[in-house]
Design a binder for this molecule. Structure first.
Ligand code: AMP
Length: 282
């Protein structure tokens, strides 16, 4: 399949989508930051099953990166992405420049609280304001019936659901399961930063989460399980653990086994200069 058409202005995007809408056809959006891997492509297949037309946005959103984060080194490969998206059956790529997304005078930010406050919210203070603002803009630009988000970024999925509910945005949020390499490592554009040794150590993060989930499922001592998992990660070659935690799967409040609600184990840890995150169900 040829690479799909790439549009770079809101005007061109709207005219493409309006044609579909006028014909009574539905649209699904997959927001991404590019450097696409097989995990992203599973979201595209889900989009194709959910709607008549699949739009993928590629935008490395500067406002969700902190001042010391990896914005300038974030991998970019638009031509490669377009080829993969063509093969996966994408109909349109929405790839605005930063000036199109945030023109001079841009002055409105959505600041989510609730699910956005703990975990990533503590380590990356402005991250979810950047995410909620750009996703709200993407929804208003593309006007999709559905938008697909990966469980890989579990807290992001919770924050987007919260934003959509709080602002009554007319879009259905669909979650896609985390796609993993054979050894359990969650696929991520940031895995490209890993050295060979770091790549070998990386699946320890998923193993650590599984260990904690097994104890939490049995009603065991979660804090002890977290201590053991932290030790195992450092032994495996991780250099710093930002958090390992068990949370309520919906609100991300601390998990209470007795409450009988679903739980989620979430973790973030560093391998040298690369920060990996992962999560699994209890
Ligand atoms: P990103 O480009 O990393 O911001 O990710 C774009 C979308 O793809 C987000 O909804 C991510 O949660 C999702 N995603 C990234 N990696 C994976 C993965 N390994 N499995 C499933 N979804 C993923």
């Amino acid at each position: 399949m040829p690479p799909p058409r790439i549009v770079r202005t809101v005007k061109a995007l709207r005219s493409a989508v309006q044609k579909w809408r006028a014909a009574g056809e539905s649209v699904a959006l997959v927001p991404t930051m590019g450097a696409l891997h097989d995990g992203h492509l599973t979201l595209v297949s889900l989009a194709r099953r959910k709607a008549d037309w699949a739009v993928v946005s590629i935008f490395v959103n500067p406002t969700q990166f902190g001042p010391t984060e990896d914005l300038s080194r974030y991998p970019r490969d638009e031509a490669g992405d377009a080829r993969k998206l063509g093969a996966a059956g994408t109909d349109l790529i929405w790839a605005p420049a930063a000036e199109e997304m945030y023109p001079d005078g841009f002055a409105t930010t959505i600041v989510p609280k609730g699910a956005a406050l703990p975990l990533e919210g503590e380590f990356r203070p402005h991250h979810f304001a950047g995410v909620a603002t750009v996703c709200t803009k993407l929804f208003s630009q593309v006007t999709p019936d559905a938008a697909i988000f990966g469980e890989k970024d579990y807290q992001q999925l919770c924050v987007i659901r919260q934003t959509v509910a709080d602002l009554n945005l007319p879009v259905k949020i669909v979650a896609a399961p985390t796609s993993r390499d054979r050894d359990g490592l969650a696929r991520s554009s940031r895995n490209a930063y890993l050295t060979a040794d770091e790549r070998e150590a990386a699946p320890a993060l998923n193993r650590a989460l599984k260990g904690i989930a097994a104890i939490a499922a049995k009603g065991g001592l979660i804090n002890k399980a977290i201590d053991v998992a932290t030790h195992d990660l450092l032994q495996a070659g991780f250099t710093k653990v930002d958090y390992l935690t068990v949370r309520d799967a919906e609100t991300l409040a601390p998990f209470e086994a007795k409450a009988g609600r679903p739980g989620r184990v979430l973790g973030a840890a560093w391998l040298g200069t690369t920060r990996l995150i992962d999560n699994i169900a209890v």
